[in-house]
Design a protein around this ligand. Sequence first.
Ligand code: PGA
Ligand code: ZN
Length: 431
Amino acid sequence: MFRPILKDLKAIWVLDSRSNPTVEVFAYVQRKGDIFVDSFIVPSGASTGEFEALELRDNEKDFHGKGVNKAIKNVSYILDHLYNTHVDDIFEVDRKLIELDGTKNKSNLGANAILGVSVAIAKAVAKSYDMPFFKYLSFWTKSYEYYLPIPMMNIINGGVHADNDLDFQEFMIVPLGFEDFSNAIKASSEVYNSLKKILKENNLSVSVGDEGGFAPRIDSPFKACEFIIAAIEKSGYKVGKDFYISIDVAASSFFKDNKYIYLKNPINHKELINVYEKLISSYPIFSIEDPFDENDWEAWKEFTNKYKNKILIVGDDIFVTNIERIEKGINNNVANAVLIKLNQIGTLSETIKAISLANKNGYKTIISHRSGETEDNTISHLATNNSYFIKTGAPARSERNSKYNELLRIYNFYNLNYYATLYKSNYLVTS
Ligand code: PGA
Ligand code: ZN
């Protein structure tokens, strides 16, 4: 038998893109007498959902309370229990991790410790089989056809990711009109740099927010869309054909006392729907993520019912990559797409289960980074298996580009097709 066995786990802290520490785990597995090592760096959110798995922080003096020494120690505890065991079944490894933690939200060992171990082991096992990670993943995702995902690139940042007055968090371009992934990235980079010029011409700042998109001092989502459209046109591309626009409202972040604080005024969900309606009728809006607070299920239902055949309605904070919450969404006809973030749920296998559940029920999945990121590019591999989309920020700053660049490597070395063609022929409603 040549099954991989866990020989060591080493956890250290490294810095993320906001200069906060985060956990990097190295897994050492032995197979046929050889040792194989791989690692994973856990990302960190800012607009976190209330129901996410817990990211364990030290809450002591160091790093303004954000130290991760407790999580690092917990990786040693995990090693004591997994040392010398077979680690070739990710469901079995993760089942043990969940059991060791013993809580529903991974608050005992910390989702950062658990996820670091879960993914690092899977990557080391893939190495021991001499397989690229995206191919190894297909054993578990049951996706034996790989595609390069359609990027949703956040080129104007607002909300809690930027120091401006934009209430909505992300304004993204979606390069749907391209035959292959590399042309989609090339065109997106051109639009990004056109936008920079346009903002400068308008005497607006071209400093960037947490996800690499520009953070001009504007407040209106309409203005943000106008700038994006101007940038697409300036680059010689067609709006509503080559590029669409996606928005992550992240509405939980401006929901106070049952009202949405939009342009400094408290409004109710119906008034907010009117804003979306106007955006949808004015621009080629492809998707709206988190249009309402994570607990405002009635508003979600109303909006889904009205727009589910026209745009993607994406649940992030409402679902938190949690199968119970996604199931509730499906049963209540809420949303038609799910944002997938590994660290919201805290293990690789639970993430894969969430993707499968969504896909089985016709919900599209979008593999997502976090606003606090690193050079780690593992999500690019996950995004080639059974998901149409990847959301990983602007085509700028290396913690975002590390994901696009890894997909470019996969494109160049493995010749995968771009998902856009298939998506357009199957789903795109153009009217
Ligand atoms: P977060 O932002 O990582 O700060 O949660 C990303 C998102 O809301 O999609
Ligand atoms: Zn979001």
